[in-house]
Design a protein around this ligand. Structure first.
Ligand code: P6P
Length: 361
């Protein structure tokens, strides 16, 4: 059904979501959510572009350290607020989790104004500005969002519980964010680069939009994106190669010297900003990875709001996303900021990696 909608071009994101809702009434509330996310991404792209101006109120550090142990930049904090506010005022949010929040926020039971706790239908997990340390250098950054259905059992209303009951309520609420990627209803990223891109999946293909600044709208530019099945581009922080698993070292060596399955000698492209590296991989083909290593056995990327949503987008474009031995979308998170090793991209190249891991078992 979505394909019929996307035959046309010049479709704005708003019109695309309205047509999706007309064809799929059960997704109507989701379109309200993406209307808010659309606006938030436009606000964030403006902030990122202006963040280096001496007059900018988003220049520099916040002076706080977040749950990740990272120095928070003012931009991290303000983009997190922009997204939280945009999502909250849709009235469709039950719970949300962010890289910049220590614990998930329960919006349904703590909303002062009932109107904003309208249905609490969805859970949003997001990284408001992934790669923010790159902004000062003008390197692309991005916003990553995952949307799950919200289970009405989630309640964190401290007034209505005592002692252990509060802990249980908190656990229920946490569990609403702790869903495997296979439960995702939608996933999207905004890429703040030479253009501002908005790429999303609702589970029926991956669709790319480009911000037309004259219109002030995201316009459909990459309908039904499909990643090339094979490629010759690898995208890793190769300074860590010596600490990787043996199977991955073997495959990457083959790509480097042209003795791998495809016989191609690979180029290396890595900007150290996941959204930019994944976007290039989707369009040009290739393999992007942040594998585990002897220093960080689960790598660096977070499962809930980086790994799972980006894997959903990649799979819907015909790619594969694995830890080497497990499909990333099938991993059940145990805690909000859990890390996961990720190797994702062109089908044939990822299969070569999985075969190497299987052979080593
Ligand atoms: P490294 C950015 O800080 C980030 O979280 C991802 O966007 C990116 O893929 C990765 O870390 C880069 O990490 O260790 O290679 O600098």
């Amino acid at each position: 059904v979505l394909d019929e909608v996307c035959e046309t071009t010049g479709v704005t994101l708003k019109r695309y979501m309205n047509e999706v809702a007309m064809l799929n009434p059960e997704l109507t509330e989701l379109t309200v959510l993406f209307g808010a996310i659309d606006t938030a991404c436009k606000a964030i792209t403006n902030m990122v572009k202006r963040s280096q101006l001496p007059s900018s109120e988003t220049l520099g550090y916040q002076g706080e350290v977040n749950i990740q142990g990272e120095d928070q930049k003012k931009l991290d904090v303000i983009t997190n607020e922009v997204l939280k506010r945009a999502l909250r005022f849709t009235g469709k949010m039950g719970v949300l989790a962010s890289e910049e929040e220590d614990v998930p926020l329960d919006l349904v039971n703590t909303e002062k104004d009932a109107i904003f706790a309208d249905t609490g239908k969805y859970v949003a997990v997001f990284d408001p500005l992934d790669g923010s340390s790159n902004v000062d250098a003008g390197i692309p950054t991005g916003t990553i969002i995952g949307i799950y259905d919200h289970d009405e059992n989630c309640a964190m209303d401290d007034e209505s519980c005592e002692g252990d009951e509060c802990a249980q309520q908190e656990l229920n609420c946490l569990s609403n964010t702790l869903q495997a990627g296979t439960n995702l209803v939608a996933a999207a990223y905004c890429l703040y680069s030479s253009s501002t891109f908005f790429v999303l999946t609702l589970g029926a293909g991956t669709y790319g939009f480009t911000l037309d600044e004259n219109l002030g709208e995201f316009v459909l530019s990459h309908p039904n994106m499909k990643i090339p099945e094979t490629s010759s581009i690898m995208s890793f922080n190769e300074a860590n190669t010596h600490m990787w698993d043996e199977p991955l070292q073997k495959v990457v060596k083959g790509w480097r010297d042209g003795t791998g399955k495809s016989g191609q000698q690979f180029s290396s492209r890595y900007i150290g900003s996941m959204v930019g590296d994944v976007h290039r991989t989707l369009l040009y083909g290739g393999v992007f990875g942040y594998p585990g290593d002897t220093k960080n056995v689960n790598g660096k990327l977070r499962l809930l709001y980086e790994g799972a949503p980006m894997s959903f987008i990649m799979e819907q474009a015909g790619g594969i996303s694995t830890t080497g031995t497990k499909r990333v979308m099938e991993i059940q998170p145990e805690y909000v900021h859990q890390r996961v090793p990720i190797i994702m991209g062109s089908k044939n190249d990822i299969e070569e990696v999985m075969e190497a891991y299987a052979a080593a078992e």
